[in-house]
Design a binder for this molecule. Structure first.
Ligand SMILES: [Fe+2]
Length: 140
């Protein structure tokens, strides 16, 4: 299969939208990192690509989580402490996943994809909808 013909591993869907343009755009960036990894894993530098993608996801989520928390604070979202705890848990989970890769517990780099997809799906589809629906109404 050519690179051009390959479909995204994790295609963006309208239902992922949380109704705030900047948040959607950051979520699309997270998904794009995963799709690029999927594409690269078919090429030679599998382990290298996986390490780089996880690093990039960890770095970008730091920025993204800080942005979300600042937004929640700005609009006085009462669930901020609970959402900070969710962010801490998500950060811990991906950190532990990186450790397991570092320790060679992943037989095939492709095995990382389902974990990362679920990790992002939970964050975007479930956990961000609640705060975003409240804040989107205030922004409008
Ligand atoms: Fe988010």
């Amino acid at each position: 299969m050519t690179r051009e013909a390959r479909l995204d591993y994790f295609p963006w869907k309208d239902e992922y939208s949380v109704g705030i343009f900047e948040i959607d755009s950051q979520h699309r960036t997270l998904i794009a990192i995963l799709n690029r990894l999927y594409s690269e894993l078919w090429e030679d530098k599998a382990q290298e690509s996986l390490d780089a993608a996880i690093e990039e996801l960890i770095e970008y989520t730091k920025t993204h989580f800080a942005f979300e928390e600042a937004l929640m604070e700005k609009y006085g979202y009462p669930g901020l402490p609970a959402h900070q705890a969710i962010h801490a848990k998500l950060t811990r989970e991906v950190g532990e996943f990186r450790n397991s890769i570092d320790q060679g517990r992943l037989a095939n780099p492709l095995d990382a994809l389902p974990f990362l997809k679920d990790w992002l799906t939970l964050h975007i589809l479930k956990q961000d909808k609640e705060y975003a629906s409240l804040i989107a109404d205030l922004i409008e």
